[in-house]
Design a protein. Structure first.
Lengths: 173, 245, 476
């Protein structure tokens, strides 16, 4: 296997980017060796890429369960601290519903938020492959090409309409 | 002291304390108000604050009249303090449990140290029996010599109300326990009952059918204030007797 | 974006009108929009600084100074008494929580309903939520008698066996408002990440490390976008029940109490709609100010947005009137003596001007003006109407809280409420809100550019018969 080098091709629009991905597959680059970085969310289907899975919904579900248990616990703590007020029972149902609901929602939302951090490994301040044009709405395709074949790939990308093709450098963001 | 047992009322039932106020005997002299202030270290707020509805008195004499002198029609005087409700609306609304039901004495407790001053209990009391320490009022010497050592003083930001002179109840209970006997009827007198010259306030155990207060509750003149609210108060009033039109 | 041109001769003019009218049909290159947003964030005039310094002084004196005075001297310096144990502090608390609901409404409810006009101002509205909740929290702390012990409402294990009471609506408030504050701050932050990444790429000087840290290393990879959008979808749906529950629980502070006029079963939905009423009106006010004072905002905020918000304001005003009348007619009909006395006091008593102001500002003014498209599309008119609505909603809470507390079942205790230090403290919270907003407008990009571009990509024109119509695609 040849040594591989990562190149970065920047496109201005979705259609050229999708064509580029097809072309790269033709040239033998596997899907796992490609990455797409964009300034607007383009779904994988638009570019013909395999679907990206996310753990966020599962984490949200877990957080919901954790929140529910916390709410259940809080609502039943009067059994440990039994003080009677207002002629109500120690664990009255309507206030317990309120407490359980709020804690369930809190669990769900905090887990969702932290799930984004976990899945995307935020925060991460190490140098990464990136070019600032991406936040100007461009779509960058990162791909691995064998050393020595950069010119061929570069030409192929430019023919489809890449604004620039250069070696991907890991920069401090 | 087992907190759990106490809360469940499994400590020896100290008794269900209650009070009855005979409005036909009440002369409106305000001796009860004064005695209560003396006994419970109540602050003196001054004229301006009192006029603005901030007097700290735990019991107040309500009077209503119409007409002007000499053709005045008046109701009987109504002393109103904490009704020590069985289903107290002030209790469940406190976020920090500063007011609770005493399962032992069957009255409503106010825990000064715990109160953070949200004043929800005062809003929810249908009898408006609770008072709030709006400021730290001064007690210039030698007024501070009059303080009752059995009762704490409250600082600003804390709610307070009539406690049925719980310090007197507990002292009598302690004495009775050490002497190995039951409490006699009439042994506990709160300050207001003690001071009343007309003997209009009677205090005792409602669960003792022989006590004076129990017998008086069977009178046809016995009524409960705002009864339809279902607060089950331990204070009732004798009204509508022959002395009034 | 693809644009299908028609072959009809006047089609060009029609499309030009559409382009001027609709932000979504007037796309600019993303780089240009980024530059516009950065420019508006970085530009400050001398007026900005003068106003900021003035507001800082007002905040320092009327908020923190007066609060220190209140803590040192006790609640006696406020106007509360028996029977009005709750006064303007609680009015302000409910008012600010109401304002904060606007943000969630715009950013979550409109997102769920795919209302495209929300795109340029979701962040401006979400900022109102966070800062409004700060003011609400401050107002509650003003109101607590021993505020240095307010942390006792938090359930933490301790050796004294003390625990808060979950029977209390105030404790539910504590849980709900904290949940909402955390949730809305997280919901503000998630869509902000890509825009802060953009700001990071275009900043120099002291801003660059700030945005670098806030951007968390976001680049825009497929994974990052997927996780972000999944989370935003979950948030949009989940934060709606939280929003509804928060103001419902706030309303239960009153409805659970045993006071004439308060124990009304309709308070839950009534308060939620009331919150939306004042909140959406406040959004309109804030957007007018942003559009008038910040560079390039006239591109992003157009008369079409005020038109849409104005329609919402009208509908919500009708909903509010429906709930208010519901509450009113059953109390009027019911025959309960104390409720009747309370209603007479509200309508004919010494403070009845506040009750009238409430009705005029909440119902008459919106119904008189907001049906008119020209009025809705005029920003300064929307500001004035929004201001009246907020005044009306403040009066509504004043009627419900101190005015209703004056009448209870013990006439001997009835006494009028006269505000004291609540007035400067209320002014202080308003100044603090505006100050925080002004600072935020120059620290983070106010317009979610990536969402605007996403919307512009989704909009196109196509021919439908002989008509050129706007088409919105669902790109998710």
């Amino acid at each position: 296997m040849d040594e591989l080098k990562t190149l970065l091709a920047v496109f201005a629009d979705i259609d050229p980017a999708a064509q580029a991905i097809d072309k790269l597959r033709e040239l033998g680059v596997k899907d796992e060796q490609m990455n797409v970085i964009s300034g607007i969310p383009v779904t994988e289907a638009m570019l013909g890429r395999p679907r990206q899975w996310s753990n966020v919904p599962r984490l949200a579900l877990g957080g919901t369960a954790a929140g529910f248990l916390l709410g259940l616990f809080l609502a039943t703590t009067p059994l440990l601290y039994p003080y009677y007020v207002g002629g109500q029972s120690l664990v009255p149902l309507p206030p317990s519903i309120v407490v359980i609901f709020e804690m369930t929602m809190l669990g769900m939302l905090i887990a969702t938020f932290l799930g984004v951090f976990l899945d995307s490994t935020f925060p991460s301040y190490t140098p990464k492959e990136y070019v600032p044009e991406i936040s100007d709405g461009k779509i960058a395709v990162l791909f691995a090409c064998p050393v020595g074949a950069e010119a061929k790939f570069s030409q192929a990308m430019s023919a489809i309409g890449a604004e620039s093709v250069k070696p991907a450098e890991a920069v401090h963001l | 002291m087992d907190l759990v047992k106490m809360a469940k009322g499994e400590e020896e039932q100290q008794g269900k304390w209650g009070m009855i106020i005979d409005q036909d005997l009440c002369t409106g002299c305000q001796a009860c108000v004064t005695a209560c202030a003396m006994e419970n270290n109540i602050s003196y707020v001054g004229e301006d604050d009192a006029a603005y509805g901030r007097s700290m008195h735990w019991i107040r004499i309500e009077r209503f009249w119409e007409g002007s002198y000499p053709d005045v029609k008046a109701t009987s005087f109504q002393p109103v303090g904490c009704q020590q409700c069985g289903k107290a609306p002030c209790e469940p609304v406190c976020p920090v449990m500063a007011t609770q039901h005493s399962e032992a004495e069957q009255i409503n407790l106010q825990v000064y140290n715990r109160c953070i001053g949200t004043r929800y209990c005062a809003n929810n009391c249908p009898y408006q029996a609770r008072t709030f320490n709006w400021r730290d009022w001064e007690r210039p010497s030698p007024l501070d010599n009059q303080l009752n050592p059995d009762v704490t003083v409250r600082r600003r930001g804390v709610m307070e109300k009539c406690t049925f002179c719980i310090q007197r109840i507990q002292r009598v209970e302690d004495v009775a326990k050490s002497e190995g006997r039951e409490i006699f009827d009439g042994e506990v007198t709160p300050a207001c009952a003690q001071a009343c010259p007309a003997d209009a306030i009677v205090f005792g155990r409602l669960d003792d059918p022989e006590s004076r207060v129990s017998k008086l509750t069977k009178s046809s003149r016995n009524t409960i204030m705002l009864e339809d609210l279902g607060t089950l108060p331990r204070v009732s009033f004798l009204v509508g007797g022959a002395n009034h039109d | 974006m693809t644009e299908m041109t028609s072959s009809l001769p006047h089609a060009g003019q029609h499309q030009e009108d559409l382009r001027v009218e609709h932000l979504m049909l007037d796309p600019k290159p993303r780089g240009e929009m980024n530059a516009m947003v950065m420019d508006s964030m970085l530009t400050t005039s001398w007026k900005f600084w003068v106003i900021s310094i003035f507001l800082s002084l007002v905040t320092a004196i009327c908020l923190f100074g007066a609060w220190g005075y209140l803590i040192a001297n006790g609640m006696g310096v406020a106007g509360i008494n028996r029977p009005a144990y709750w006064g303007i502090f609680i009015v302000n608390t409910v008012f600010w929580i109401g304002i904060s609901h606007a943000g969630t409404f715009v950013s979550a409810l409109l997102r769920v309903f795919k209302a495209e006009f929300r795109r340029p101002f979701t962040r401006a509205a979400e900022l109102m939520t966070t800062f409004g909740l700060v003011q609400a929290g401050l107002s509650i702390f003003f109101h607590v008698g021993r505020v240095w012990l307010a942390y006792w409402m938090f359930p933490f294990p301790n050796q004294r066996g003390l625990w808060p009471s979950f029977h209390s609506p105030l404790e539910w408030d504590f849980l709900a408002i904290n949940t909402y504050l955390l949730a809305s701050t997280m919901y503000l932050f998630l869509p902000l990440i890509p825009d802060v990444a953009m700001a990071r790429d275009r900043s120099t000087g002291w801003r660059k490390p700030l945005y670098r840290i806030l951007a968390l290393g976001f680049r825009g990879t497929e994974g990052e976008w997927t996780h972000l959008r999944t989370a935003m979808n979950i948030f949009a749906f989940a934060i709606l029940p939280v929003m509804f529950s928060v103001h419902t629980i706030v309303s239960w502070d009153f409805a659970a109490a045993m006071r004439p006029g308060w124990s009304s079963t309709i308070f839950g939905p009534y308060f939620v709609v009331g919150a939306l009423h004042s909140g959406v009106a406040a959004v309109a006010m804030v957007l007018v100010v942003i559009r008038a004072t910040m560079k390039n905002m006239k591109y992003f905020l157009r008369p079409e947005h005020f038109d849409a918000i104005g329609k919402l304001m009208l509908i919500i005003s009708m909903a509010w009137a429906y709930f208010y009348f519901n509450d009113y007619i059953v109390q009027w009909y019911g025959g309960d003596k104390w409720t009747k006395i309370l209603m007479d006091f509200q309508e004919g008593g010494p403070m009845n001007s506040i009750w009238f102001t409430m009705l005029i500002c909440n119902i008459v003014i919106p119904w008189m003006f907001l049906w008119n498209k020209k009025v809705r599309r005029t920003p300064w008119a929307m500001f004035v109407i929004g201001l009246f609505i907020n005044i009306g909603m403040w009066c509504e809470r004043f009627v419900i809280i101190p005015m209703s507390l004056t009448i209870n079942r013990m006439p001997f205790t009835w006494r009028m409420y006269k505000p004291g230090i609540e007035v400067p403290l209320g002014i202080g919270t308003l100044a603090f809100f505006i100050l925080l907003y002004m600072i935020a407008s120059r620290l983070i990009p106010l317009v979610p550019v990536w969402e605007v571009q996403e919307g512009q990509m989704a909009h196109s024109l196509r021919k439908f018969g002989k008509e050129t119509v706007v088409t919105v695609s669902d790109l998710e």
